[in-house]
Design a protein around this ligand. Sequence first.
Ligand code: PEP
Ligand code: MN
Length: 348
Amino acid sequence: MVVVMDINSTVEQIEEVNKRLDKMGFKTQLIRGVKRIVIGAVGDRQAIDSLNLEQMPGVERIVPIMKPYKLVSREAREESSVIKVRDINIGGGNVVVMTGPCAVESREQLLTAARCVKKAGGHILRGGAFKPRTSPYSFQGLEEKGLKLLKEASLETGLPTVTEVIDEQSLELSIDYVDILQIGARNMQNFRLLKAAGQTNKPILLKRGLSATIEEWLMSAEYIMSGGNEKVILCERGIRTFETYTRNTLDLSAVPLVKRLSHLPVIVDPSHATGDRQLVLPMSMAAIAAGADGLIVEMHPVPGKALCDGAQSLTPEGLEELMKKLDKIIPAVGCWMPPQKLGEVVNG
Ligand code: PEP
Ligand code: MN
C-alpha cells in the first residue's frame, strides 16, 4: 500500500506513521515527490485496517496497491521520476542519448569514440568493461583497465559514463569509476546483483531480459528500489521471438505501457533490439515517438574492426545523422534534450 501524506505534513507526523508501520512489520520507504509525499509500505494486507492510519495527523489517504510491484508502480508516485546524472536529467520530458562502443577495446578506440560522441552531441558515453558473451572464447572485456579508460574519457570530454556490471564483484569495482551501472538483459533476474544494486546510490540502467515479461522486468526494478535505491532507468532492448532477420524484436509497445504502469524513465536500445546498423535510426525515431525517455545506441569509430557487435554499431557519421534527426523529432513530441555543449572537447 501507499500512504499519501499531506504535502504540508511535518517530519514528526511522517515519523509517527513510519513507526506504526514498522511496529506491524511493514517495510517502508519514503518517496518525496514534488506534489506529494508518500510512504510505500509492503507488508501483511490484513493488518492494514487495524493500523488506523487514516486517522493519523498528516495522512491524506491510503492507496492499496494490487500490483506485485509497489515502489515501482505509478500508483506509488503519480509524477514521472527524473533521475539526475551529474547535470543531466533523465525522464519527465528530458530525452538523453547514451552512446559509444559495445566494449572498451583500447585507449585509442575509447578516446576516439568519446570525442565522436561529444562532437555529435551525445550526452552519456557507454562502453562495456565486463562483457557477458555467449561464447567463452569471445572477447570478455578489459575489466578494470576498461573502467580506468572510461574515467579518462570522461575527464577529457566531460561526458558521464555508463558501463555494464555482471556480478557483485564487478559492481564493487565499477562503482567509483562510472556514473551509471547497467544491469544487462542476461542478468535481469540475477537477484543478488539486483539486491547489491539496491544498496548503492548510483543510477541503475536495468535492461529487460531476453524473454522477460513486463511484469518480471518491473519486479526486478522493485528489487532495486526496495533495497533503497530509487534511481532506476528501465531499458527496452528487444525480446526473443521466432523472427530471425533481426537479432531481437523491439517491443515498442512496452514503452508507453511501462510508462503507464511505472513512474520510472524508460529508454530504448535499438542496437541490441535489431542487430542491424541500418535499422537503428528508424527505430530510434519510432522509440522517441512512442514516448521513450532516451536511447542507448552503439557507435564505434570503425565498426568493421569492432571486437563486439560491429554490425549493429553506428559509424561516427551515422551518429551525427541520428542526432540531427532527433533534434527535430524530440521537440515534435513535446520533449527536449539536455543543452548540448557541442565541440567543447578539452585536449581533443
Ligand atoms: C550491451 O549493452 O552491450 C549488452 C550486452 O546489452 P544486452 O544486455 O541488452 O544484451
Ligand atoms: Mn553490445
